[in-house]
Design a protein around this ligand. Structure first.
Ligand SMILES: Cc1ncc(COP(=O)(O)O)c(C=O)c1O
Length: 392
């Protein structure tokens, strides 16, 4: 048997997705017999609704699980089109909807379909880590727009215009509600971003994965304001189907065929079973509202109790299921802090560096997507630990 040294590609030298590394460390601690409260990843504690699971069971029993068309099953695409009508009163033809293996694949497909190597794409900091990592892996230039409390931690049309004036942007990718901050932009702010991007010829990608999970105002889709916006969405969060790895894109007509060609060769198609289950999940909106009500209770619990345990400084939680907590008074090294929190207190949380390479050392993100009893226990463990620790 022979071998030679393998050198990984430069493009693979992307940053780790730290939340996933924390999840792996937590799993190892559990395998070694430890007890861990999971507040590190945005993963619903509730299973996929019964209708989705029943549909998958029936499909399994029926036998053949095959490929589907690369763009996805026609009936699922039509159902999603109807969902836009029901939810946002926006008409979108099913022909513009593409089923993807989670929104993660939606980013890959949309970036490949829209941008050539070197193109400049703006994202926010703090922001979702995989955006930068996927852009980096594809040889695109990631332009970071830092947000702060003066704009409620959201990127504005004006910021986009200023960055574009310095050096041309090819794209902007934003989310509302946002991860890790939980903050949302107003409808008017979203409209301005859509109009600005259309006027400047910048591709606007709107990650709407946390739609449905808002606590004050409902979120509007960018499709209401622009026919050119690219929408990324998923069954992972509101629909509680993380492990089914299914999401969708809404793309302008011109991108349908390019995305179809990419999907044909990158994935062939999205798993059939997941597509069948996803179609049925739209019959479970009442069940999903009950899950959302449990997030609202978790949110209220944290809002009340985090200040009592010395974690009282966090961004406004308008939506999603995260609290982005300022821990500058406790540490200037959130990574070590979170490692200790996991090891010594059995609470998994994600250090802010995952989301913001500049300021993240002073933050940690707590997910409250888990079960209510786990959130209460997580706070109890943090209270005991914070009462006892001496950070260097
Ligand atoms: C903002 C945002 N977009 C996309 C994703 C990826 O989700 P999925 O690939 O499961 O659809 C996540 C996951 O946490 C997220 O927070």
């Amino acid at each position: 048997m022979t071998s030679h040294p393998i050198t990984p590609s430069l493009r693979s030298a992307i940053a780790p997705f730290i939340a996933m590394d924390v999840m792996a460390a937590a799993a190892e601690q559990e395998r070694a017999g430890g007890s861990v409260i999971h507040m590190e990843v945005g993963e619903p504690g509730a299973p996929a609704p019964a209708a989705a699971r029943d549909a998958a069971i029936a499909a399994l029993a029926a036998g053949r699980i095959g490929y589907t068309e690369a763009l996805g099953r026609a009936s699922l695409r039509a159902r999603i089109a109807r969902y836009y009508e029901e939810t946002y009163q926006v008409e979108v033809p099913a022909s513009r909807i593409v089923i993807t293996t989670g929104s993660s694949a939606g980013f890959l497909l949309s970036f490949l379909a829209l941008f050539d190597a070197g193109a400049r794409v703006a994202i926010s900091a703090p922001g979702y880590p995989a955006y930068r990592n996927i852009l980096d892996a594809l040889g695109l230039t990631c332009v970071t727009i830092s947000t702060d409390a003066s704009t409620r931690h959201v990127v504005t049309a004006r910021m986009i215009e200023e960055v574009h004036a310095q050096e041309k942007l090819s794209g902007v990718l934003l989310m509302s509600p946002a991860n890790p901050t939980g903050t949302m932009m107003s409808r008017e702010a979203l409209r301005e971003i859509c109009e600005t991007c259309d006027r400047l010829g910048i591709a606007f990608i709107s990650d709407e994965i946390y739609h449905g999970l808002t606590y004050e105002e409902t979120a509007q889709t960018a499709l209401a304001f622009s026919q050119s916006a690219i929408i990324v969405n998923s069954f992972s969060k509101y629909f509680c189907m993380t492990g089914w790895r299914i999401g969708w894109l809404v793309v302008p007509e011109e991108l349908v065929r390019p995305v179809e060609r990419l999907q044909q060769s990158l994935a062939i198609s999205v798993p059939y079973l997941s597509q069948v289950a996803a179609e049925a999940v739209f019959d479970s909106l009442v069940e999903l509202q009950a899950v959302k009500a449990s997030y609202a209770r978790n949110r209220a619990y944290l809002m009340q109790h985090l200040p009592q345990i010395g974690l009282g400084s966090f961004h406004p939680v308008d939506g999603a299921f995260y609290v982005y907590v300022d821990i500058a008074h406790l540490t200037d090294d959130a990574s070590s802090f979170c490692k200790r929190l996991l090891k010594e207190a059995g609470v998994a949380a994600t250090p802010g560096l995952d989301f913001d390479r500049g300021r993240g050392a002073h933050f940690m993100r707590l997910s409250f997507a888990g079960r209510e009893e786990d959130i209460v226990e997580g706070v109890r463990r943090m209270a005991v630990w914070l009462g006892a620790i001496k950070m260097p």
